[in-house]
Design a protein around this ligand. Structure first.
Ligand SMILES: Cc1cc2nc3c(=O)[nH]c(=O)nc-3n(C[C@H](O)[C@H](O)[C@H](O)COP(=O)(O)O)c2cc1C
Length: 171
């Protein structure tokens, strides 16, 4: 129930120890994604765990950054556009919203377990789709490197003040 310190502790980790996490630990983290709320409870996602070194290389090619190459495993959070709820009045596809909530749950649970993660969306989706043989309707939405943090320092959070973000009773 101590959510405030947890959300303050979660930050993007871009430096990891060279250590593979156990399947139990990965499953513990993924359970938090499974419990996320979704539109009409459609649960339109698949979590693909990448820990095979050859497969990891292929994923790294989709986001060729030095720090990312050192991530010992990556969870590819995929949205299922066939399963997702589409709003009746205008057809809006809710895949991205559901994927984002699940990803946030995963990052927070990882933090609680002393693990580090970093959302990565600036990757070449076509390369990931090919590497994982994803069918057309399954979109790789987030690459989430996960592991034990190995950081020299944690920078303070930079956020806009609430006064810039909040309005009452209209724009
Ligand atoms: C949707 C989304 C996409 C992101 N994509 C990337 C990315 O491609 N590469 C990266 O290094 N960080 C990425 N980030 C991490 C953000 O840069 C980071 O969350 C933000 O600067 C706030 O820092 P914090 O996570 O440490 O609080 C992404 C974050 C989100 C939520």
């Amino acid at each position: 129930m101590d959510f405030k310190p947890l959300m303050q502790a979660r930050h993007s980790v871009r430096s990891f120890k060279n250590e593979l996490l156990s399947d139990e630990l990965i499953n513990e983290v993924l359970e938090a994604g499974r419990m996320a709320p979704t539109a009409v409870n459609k649960q339109p996602f698949v979590f693909v765990v990448i820990n095979d070194p050859e497969k990891l290389k292929e994923i790294h090619e989709a986001y060729p950054r030095e720090w990312f190459k050192k991530a010992p495993q990556v969870i590819v959070i995929c949205g299922d556009h066939e399963a997702a709820w589409k709003r009746g009045n205008d057809g809006k596809d809710h895949t991205d919203i559901d994927v984002a909530i699940a990803t946030d749950h995963i990052t927070l649970r990882a933090t609680e377990l002393g693990l580090g993660t970093c959302w990565v969306c600036n990757f070449e989706a076509a390369k990931v789709k090919k590497a994982l043989s994803l069918p057309e309707h399954i979109e790789p939405a987030v690459l989430l490197p996960i592991g034990r943090p190995d950081e020299a320092e944690i920078l303070p959070k930079k956020r806009k003040p609430l006064s810039e973000l909040v309005r009452f009773n209209g724009y």
